[in-house]
Ligand binder design. Structure first.
Ligand code: FAD
Length: 336
């Protein structure tokens, strides 16, 4: 649908993660009227940092890479604005009981002073209604009407809706659609075919471990898949905290375990890796939908006849770069 100067098509974007924010801003710059709805109190979704008075730790995405020329350009803009910086950790690999240094030459970027910085920068340029969990969608000849858990039926109606949320949450929302939607079966199949994996995350301070040979490491064949020392990232402050991610396979099997049981298992694994875990101060987080998605990727989904689109990492190879690209590509497609 082409944006005309006299009548701006009105789009609701559900989700203010990096894909939703990128899509919304691109639509806005193309002349669409855009309203974003986000269930939490702030933007950025899984690109996230846990903050307390004494420490902070990135507990979702750890860093991102940039390979596509369009995303490289955007990352360079973020660097110029002081929102992102390169992180050059001494990176280890643990395999079959021994350590080696990683040979990876990837350039790794992080938000500064926290991972939320780039998405928050995009969201500031948008109209975002926070603490609004969209739970129902109705299609009529007037367009789309939305309902939220917090506010019931929303007053505004939309020509189009973009779902920029993980695939299992898309699936749930599609089950709560009413009215005439032509391509609902196809849309549901796309969401249903995408398999997302979970991730148990431990944020931990080790009072008796002052140094370690690596700043971050990929761990193979253990409950843990990744460890990173937050203080080695640029512009981090506070107590020295490690972020520990359990592997997707281990997390899926142990998803319903109590936090205490998960932390006990992950601390035992950290001891095996050479950490002194005495008096460890632990905070746990469970990501039900952390990674994964459609294979092969389809970049985005859009049904012009319904005015319904999906964007997000799960449609574009996973990860931050894919999420951003998916949002931009969907916006450009809507504008054709
Ligand atoms: C533990 C972990 C580690 C990761 N590590 C990396 C990494 O190192 N590098 C990398 O590139 N990527 C990594 N990722 C993946 C990366 O975080 C994602 O690819 C990216 O952030 C996805 O962005 P998105 O906008 O598609 O989705 P999300 O960030 O999930 O955004 C979706 C937004 O929608 C909101 N929402 C959901 N449902 C509703 C609703 N019904 N109504 C309103 N709002 C709703 C959510 O609150 C959220 O803000 C990691 C992810 C996790 C969880």
């Amino acid at each position: 649908m082409q944006a005309e100067s006299n009548k701006k098509p009105c789009v609701a974007v559900i989700g203010a993660g990096i894909s939703g924010a990128a899509c919304a801003l691109q639509l806005q710059s193309l002349g669409f009227e855009v309203q974003v709805y986000e269930k939490s109190r702030g933007a950025s979704g899984r690109l996230s940092t846990r903050r307390t008075d004494t420490w902070s730790a990135d507990h979702g995405a750890q860093y991102f890479t940039a390979r596509d020329p369009l995303f490289i350009e955007e990352v360079n803009r973020w660097i110029e604005l002081g929102l992102v910086a390169q992180w050059q950790p001494k990176l280890g690999v643990y395999k079959e009981g021994s350590w080696s240094e990683s040979l990876s030459k990837d350039k790794r970027f992080v938000g500064i002073p926290e991972m939320t910085a780039p998405t928050k920068h995009l969201a500031k340029q948008l109209s975002v209604q926070y603490e609004t969990t969209i739970c129902g969608m109705e299609k009529s000849t007037q367009g789309w009407a939305l309902s939220s858990l917090e506010h019931g039926l929303l007053v505004k109606q939309f020509d189009m809706v973009v779902l920029a949320i993980p695939s299992p949450q898309v699936e749930t929302l599609l089950k709560n659609i009413s009215g005439q939607v032509s391509n609902l079966d196809k849309a549901s199949k796309i969401a249903n075919d995408s398999k997302m994996k979970s991730c148990w995350t431990m944020m931990v301070h080790f009072p008796h471990q002052s140094s370690f040979q690596f700043d971050a490491a990929f761990i193979n064949q253990e409950a843990i898949a990744w460890i990173a020392r937050n203080s080695t990232k640029p512009k981090r402050a506070g107590l020295d905290y490690w972020t520990v991610h359990a592997s997707p396979e281990w997390s899926d099997v142990n998803l319903e375990l109590a936090k205490e049981d998960v932390s006990a298992e992950l601390l035992a694994c950290m001891e095996k890796l050479g950490f002194n875990t005495l008096d460890a101060q632990v905070t746990m987080h469970r990501w039900r939908y952390a990674s994964g998605g459609l294979e092969p990727m389809i970049e985005y989904h859009y049904s012009p006849v319904d005015g319904l689109g999906f964007c997000g990492d799960w449609l574009h190879g996973g990860r931050v770069e894919g999420a951003w690209l998916s949002g931009i590509k969907l916006a450009n497609r809507i504008n054709t």
